[in-house]
Design a protein around this ligand. Structure first.
Ligand SMILES: [Zn+2]
Length: 305
C-alpha cells in the first residue's frame, strides 16, 4: 500500500523572490493560516518578460514586493490557477499597476447547482470579482519570451482550477490541486470529489516530475506523490463507507472518528470534505441519502450481494 508523507519543512522568506530554477522565482505572500500553510505562493516565470502565476491575496505589500522583484522587467501575463481569494484577489491590483492581461479558466463558479445555504458558503472563499481578460481553454498554450506554459484543466478543488505545465523544464504549477504539505480540500459547493479524482488521473499520465504548488515547497518526485494521494483518497473513502456500515448515520459522527487526530478548529472543513466524498459515493450508488445530501443529512449503507 502506498503511504503518503507530507513535507511541512518550508521557509517562506516573505518579501523575497526565491530562485527555484533557471526559469522560476517564487514569492510567498504573508497570508499564513490553517488552510494556506505559510501563505500563497506567487511564481514569476521567465526573465525580462515574465508571467506571474497567482498574484495571491489583495495585499498591497505583497504586490509591491513582486513588482520590486521584477524591476526592469515586463510583466506580460497575469495567470491564476483558480478563483479562491488567496490566489486571484491580487490580480486586479497587479493588472492596474502593470497593464498586463489576466488569464484564467473563467469567473468563480460552483461545481454543481446550489441550494440557498450553499450560496453563502461559496461566497466565503470564492473571489467573485475575478474576470479574466483572456479565458483559457484546456490545453491552450501561453507563450512569452523564453517560456511556454500549457493550461491543464484540473477541476476538483475548485471548478475552474487549472494547472500549468512549463515547456522548458519538467515543471508543473499545480496550484491547490496537488500540494506537498497537506491534502487538498475538496468540498462542495466549490469542489467535487469525482472531478478531483479524474484530475489526479490526468496528472498521473503526464511527464512532469517537479510540482510547484500554491502553498508550501516543491514536490520533487511528483508522479509517486500523485499515486500516494490517490491511494490516500481511496483509503479515506473506504473509512467513510466503513463508518456508515458500522452504524454512523451523520457526518459529525464520522468526522469525530476518522478525523480524531485533526485539531477541532478544522472539523468544519473536515465535515465538508466528508460531504465531498459522500456526494461522490451516493452518485456511484455505494451509499444512500434518503432525505437528500447535506451536512446534516442521514446516510445509509447500500446492501450489496
Ligand atoms: Zn489556496
Amino acid at each position: 500500500m502506498d503511504s503518503i508523507s507530507f513535507d511541512r519543512d518550508f521557509d517562506p522568506a516573505y518579501g523575497q523572490a526565491v530562485r527555484i530554477g533557471p526559469h522560476v522565482r517564487r514569492m510567498t505572500a504573508p497570508n499564513g493560516g490553517p488552510f494556506t500553510f505559510h501563505g500563497t505562493n506567487s511564481y514569476i516565470v521567465g526573465h525580462g518578460t515574465v508571467a506571474i502565476i497567482d498574484p495571491g491575496p489583495d495585499d498591497p505589500g505583497h504586490i509591491d514586493a513582486l513588482l520590486r522583484a521584477v524591476q526592469g522587467e515586463t510583466v506580460s501575463h497575469i495567470i491564476v490557477t483558480h478563483t479562491h481569494r488567496d490566489h486571484s484577489m491580487g490580480a486586479a491590483r497587479l493588472a492596474a499597476l502593470t497593464g498586463a492581461p489576466r488569464y484564467g479558466e473563467g469567473p468563480h463558479r460552483a461545481a454543481r447547482p446550489l441550494s440557498i445555504d450553499e450560496q453563502t458558503m461559496l461566497d466565503a472563499s470564492g473571489d467573485m470579482d475575478f474576470v479574466p481578460d483572456h479565458a483559457l481553454a484546456d490545453g491552450e498554450r501561453i507563450t512569452g519570451r523564453g517560456w511556454t506554459l500549457t493550461a491543464i484543466a484540473t477541476p476538483g478543488h475548485a471548478a475552474n482550477h487549472m494547472a500549468f505545465a512549463l515547456d522548458e523544464a519538467p515543471i508543473l504549477f499545480s496550484g491547490d490541486h496537488v500540494m506537498g504539505w497537506s491534502t487538498t480540500i475538496v468540498a462542495p459547493p466549490d469542489g467535487a470529489m469525482a472531478d478531483y479524482m479524474a484530475s489526479l488521473e490526468r496528472l498521473a499520465a503526464r511527464p512532469e516530475t517537479i510540482y510547484l504548488p500554491g502553498h508550501g515547497g516543491p514536490i520533487a518526485d511528483a508522479p509517486a506523490f500523485v499515486r500516494a494521494l490517490r491511494a490516500h483518497r481511496r483509503l479515506r473513502e473506504a473509512a467513510i463507507v466503513e463508518r456508515i456500515s458500522r452504524g454512523d448515520r451523520r457526518i459529525a459522527d464520522i468526522v469525530a472518528v476518522i478525523y480524531r487526530e485533526t485539531p477541532k478548529v478544522l472539523h468544519g472543513a473536515a465535515a465538508l470534505a466528508v460531504l465531498g466524498h459522500l456526494e461522490d459515493l451516493v452518485a456511484r450508488g455505494r451509499i444512500s441519502a434518503p432525505g437528500g445530501l447535506g451536512l446534516e443529512a442521514i446516510y445509509e449503507p447500500v446492501e450489496t450481494d
